[in-house]
Design a protein around this ligand. Structure first.
Ligand code: PEP
Length: 249
């Protein structure tokens, strides 16, 4: 079974209503590969989700950038997975490195969130990735395996999970991983899934790359056998996002 190419756009904490409408217009007016070839998901800040969901062409889906770890209640400032499901938001990004680093989200906490969000019917883009220090000390594979293990310990069905390998040193830095560096980690992650979940899960789970992907580097990265698409930050707010989606062709 082939893995359908997946392109996610993480808008992070950016945008005004006017800017959001401009991006939606661009996405709606562009000629894109058919949905059978590529799955496209954009992730605006929470407050813009209903607007984007209602104005965006139906073949492009939306994702929240986070959700709470359990059922909603007295958790001021949080948004629950139930609320996202209630709004008809199909996807959520969990474990982004910015949240791991700035908000001290641990592997276990991210694993709990993934399991809870899936149980509420959401699909999850689960982010893993090493820091520069970890890469330089030779522990990249150990780090991404530990992050993935925390999910695997809490989840049995991987159908609705996309794993995003995002080296922290490549996020927002303009310092993209080489195609060989990305392929190496993606292949190791797939081997890890085969050994620790099942060969079927390893074969069918999409592992996408994130970290300074742009219109110029997407084609070569996307051509690697174990790179099944991208999670795009900065460039997802620009017209070149269309070129990145077209890398699926
Ligand atoms: C991201 O935030 O997930 C990301 C990959 O950012 P950028 O593309 O800007 O490096």
């Amino acid at each position: 079974m082939g893995r359908k190419f997946f392109v996610g756009g993480n808008w992070k904490c950016n945008g005004t209503i006017e800017e959001v409408k401009k991006i939606v217009k661009l996405l709606n007016q562009s000629q894109l590969p058919p949905p059978g070839v590529v799955e496209v998901v954009v992730s605006p800040p929470y407050v813009f989700l209903p607007l984007v969901q209602s104005e965006l062409r139906p073949e492009i889906q939306v994702a929240a950038q986070n959700c709470w770890v359990k059922k909603g209640g007295a958790y001021t400032g949080e948004i629950s997975a139930e609320m996202l499901a209630n709004l008809g938001i199909p996807w959520v990004i969990l474990g982004h490195s910015e949240r791991r680093a700035l908000l001290n989200e641990t592997n276990e906490f991210v694993g709990d969130k993934v399991a809870y969000a899936l149980a509420q019917g959401l699909k999850v883009i689960a982010c893993v990735g090493e820091t520069l220090e970890q890469r330089e000390s030779g522990s990249t594979l150990e780090v991404v395996a530990a992050q993935t293990k925390a999910i695997a310990e809490r989840v049995t069905d991987w159908t609705n999970i996309v794993v995003a390998y995002e080296p922290v040193w490549a996020i927002g830095t303009g310092k993209v991983a080489t195609p060989a560096q990305a392929q190496e980690v993606h292949l190791e992650l797939r081997k890890w899934l085969a050994a620790n979940t099942s060969p079927e899960v390893a074969e069918s789970t999409r592992i996408i790359y994130g970290g300074s992907v742009n219109g110029a580097n997407c084609k070569e990265l996307g051509g690697q056998p174990d790179v099944d698409g991208f999670l795009v930050g900065g460039a997802s707010l620009k017209p070149e996002f269309i070129d990145i989606i077209k890398a699926a062709e």
